[in-house]
Design a protein around this ligand. Structure first.
Ligand code: HEC
Ligand code: HEC
Ligand code: HEC
Length: 139
């Protein structure tokens, strides 16, 4: 009997710990929570063209996608992996690969439209890096 009581107390202890951590998560809800929505900083690819941007916020917080709709079938959880692949091109996107698995005109806007939504170009890249454009011109 005593043993059961001890177990119960231990269980309650653990539970209150769990509840406490849920509570403390709530406190930072106003801010962007990377555990819930993925990295806050945009991911920027510069190969083969400069520059294409991806924002977790738009996709998770905004479009309410789960992590596993992209990880790890379409993308690794590591920035810069996809751009190492030779097939990271518009042709593959149009065939339904990478971003094109959703950006096909039904789940999300089609990859052959709104080029500048994804392509922020050299100026957009400089802006996100906090460089000024004249500095960029020397690269
Ligand atoms: C709509 C697609 C999509 C969704 C949904 C998504 N991710 Fe990602 N994630 C990406 C892409 C694209 C990359 C960059 C991969 C690359 O460059 O090869 C990435 C990279 C990452 C990275 C690595 C960042 C770095 O700087 O190395 C982490 C961590 C990550 N995602 C976590 C998450 C978590 C957590 C979720 C769910 C809350 C999530 N992702 C949902 C597309 C997505
Ligand atoms: C799992 C599905 C999915 C994948 C994969 C995906 N997206 Fe999206 N994306 C969406 C949805 C849904 C929206 C919101 C609806 C819309 O804008 O059509 C969206 C919106 C966007 C927007 C619009 C932002 C705005 O301000 O309107 C951009 C830019 C974007 N995605 C870029 C990308 C890029 C780049 C990739 C590949 C690295 C990618 N997405 C991969 C589903 C996806
Ligand atoms: C949904 C996001 C998205 C949209 C919309 C999009 N692109 Fe891309 N584009 C990418 C990604 C991702 C890459 C590969 C990464 C890189 O080159 O930095 C890429 C690469 C490219 C490349 C170099 C590789 C290749 O295919 O030759 C060109 C050129 C290009 N895009 C042109 C366009 C044009 C033109 C449009 C509009 C008609 C467009 N893109 C719309 C995401 C997009």
């Amino acid at each position: 009997m005593k043993k059961i009581l001890l177990l119960l107390i231990a269980a309650l202890f653990l539970l209150s710990g769990a509840l406490y951590s849920v509570g403390s998560d709530k406190q930072v809800d106003d801010e962007y929570d990377e555990d819930t929505y993925g990295p806050e900083d945009p991911i920027i690819w510069t190969m083969p063209v400069k520059s294409v941007v991806f924002e977790h916020k738009v996709h998770t917080m905004g479009a309410e996608l789960e992590c596993d709709s992209c990880h790890d079938d379409l993308f690794e959880m590591e920035a810069g992996v996809a751009e190492e692949n030779e097939d990271f091109t518009m042709a593959t996107l149009y065939d339904g690969g990478y971003c094109g698995s959703c950006h096909d005109g039904s789940t999300a806007f089609a990859s052959n439209t709104r080029c500048t939504a994804c392509h922020i170009g050299v100026r957009g890249h400089a802006r996100l890096q906090g460089e000024d454009e004249s500095a960029e011109a020397h690269h």
